[in-house]
Ligand binder design. Sequence first.
Ligand SMILES: [Zn+2]
Length: 615
Amino acid sequence: MSNPSSTATALPPLQQTWDNSQFFSSSADPQIAATVEQLKGAIAQLTEQCTPFSLHIATASTLAPEQFDDLLQQVKTVHQQRVAILNRLLTLRNFIGSILSVDAQDAHGRKWQPTVQQLFAEVFQAFKPMEVFLLRVNDDFIQALIRDPLLAELRFSVEHERQLQDQLLSIEEEQLLAGLAVNGLHSWSNLYSQLAGTLQSQVNGESMGLAKAATLPGTDDRALRSATWHGIQSAWDSQANTVAAILNAIHGWRLQESQQRGKIRPLHYLDKSCHQNCIDRATLDALMEATYQRRSIGQRALKTMGRWLQVEAMQPWDLFAPAPTPGETTVLSFEEAIDLIANAFRRLTPAMGDFAVMMAQQGWIDAQPTPHRVTGADCSRFFDPCQPRIFMTFDGTLGSVLILAHELGHAWHYWVTRDLPLYQTEFPGTLAETASIFAETLVREALFAKASNPAEQLAIAWADGITAGSYLLNIPARFTFETALIERRKQGFVIAETLKTMMRDSWQHWYEDSLASYDELFWASKQHFSMSGLSFYNYPYLFGYLFSLGIYAQKDRYGEAFNDLYTNLLRDTGRMTAEELVQTHLNQDIRQPEFWQASLDIVDRSVSRFEALAA
Ligand SMILES: [Zn+2]
């Protein structure tokens, strides 16, 4: 691979600590207090500008054309004002977030965080009347709105929301429901969080909180993995009836609500979830069907792991076991990692490689291990000017190179959409991982090609195996369980024993003989099932993984032309459905299994590589 070293030497050195001082000098910057005061004033003004919309909500569906001009003018004023507020507020939030990532105890950061959260709640509350108005007003008004050049950017979001217009209740009922949900529906997930936070598990005679115990499944000591897993199981088993009550309450509420909303047109719970994720039901069906047909890929990955671990049969506590030959892989410096990633990105386009280097030169990445930083990794952005930031802790291992590549993919997504209006740069969960997994795939391929000894190749192949098992078996099993739970709940209360059987059956359906036993308490130990805000939290991850690989699969077919197509696709992720995106830019139909088969072929090849190493 050629290295543009002659120009690189003249450029600024790479930074491993970020510099956000162009926004505020520090968390003690008096400008923060001044900004908060200005925002409070602006939000009060916004509230005033939006109040008149409440008066039009009741008659919105029969609004006369003579009233259009006046109201369009008001929509424009409110929209411009809210974008200005959100740009400043998002930047402030990102700044406070960046401070707290590096030092979770920063006193000023901790003081400002709730203030910023409160301002967000107020700004969304402020434009709610206009939002409800736009949801209920007649189509003619919306057509006029879209024709207005200053409001055309709202087309996708407004039209998308209005597809469920017939699911709206009366204004009074909506208010009542939202009010009751605070202490009804949402209290159940609070109860779950409380339980998870206080529950103690016994591991080898030691009592520990679940958060600490959760770090142990990645240990290479199999006996300890087993002890931890069993400790966590019995902790949750002692609360099984409570968690069963939580799940029954949440799903009972949802069923009742959708019955009320579906009086004109009954809406299937999966259709609702697809709408939230900007995909078609036919797409979800094709995805799940194609994945089920190829479930043996994930099963082969687990069996290969079992052979390396020299265990008779894989157990649920082995799913995250580390590769059995640690210590023999190269440790990379941050500079080497950026160089490796940039070169892998350059195989797609030089601009993406240069971008990775620029992120580090500009001080837009914070990756230096320091004492008080939080765990985990994320990519966020400042607005106005739109600039991505990456937070992670880089330790030179293969895992952290892949995390860096993943986050740089997110950053690239933000970067290629930086000139778009704010309301076109919010991506649904299904599409949010497109660029990150794509970037990760480029780097995985480069790493494997570069691996100089079998231990390094195994480390990469092992990571591929764990990924295949999680995405192709574990996430689908959650989907199968949740679907079964909803159907069962329609008949009445589902007791803990039945939930155990249902979870066992769901695992059996996907894992079959690749595991010797199944996690029958997974419905209790996995928080996702008890989250009141959203059902089917998990399949968007499977979708994002295979969607990104499906786009990657088109790379060679389009050759030189691919990068422009890919960039344009990324630019449209906040203003098209997933089907439109792929049809428009790659001329493929994701409602057909062929698209998903091509993604699964890529996973199949990586698992075959893993098997070949084991042989
Ligand atoms: Zn991600």
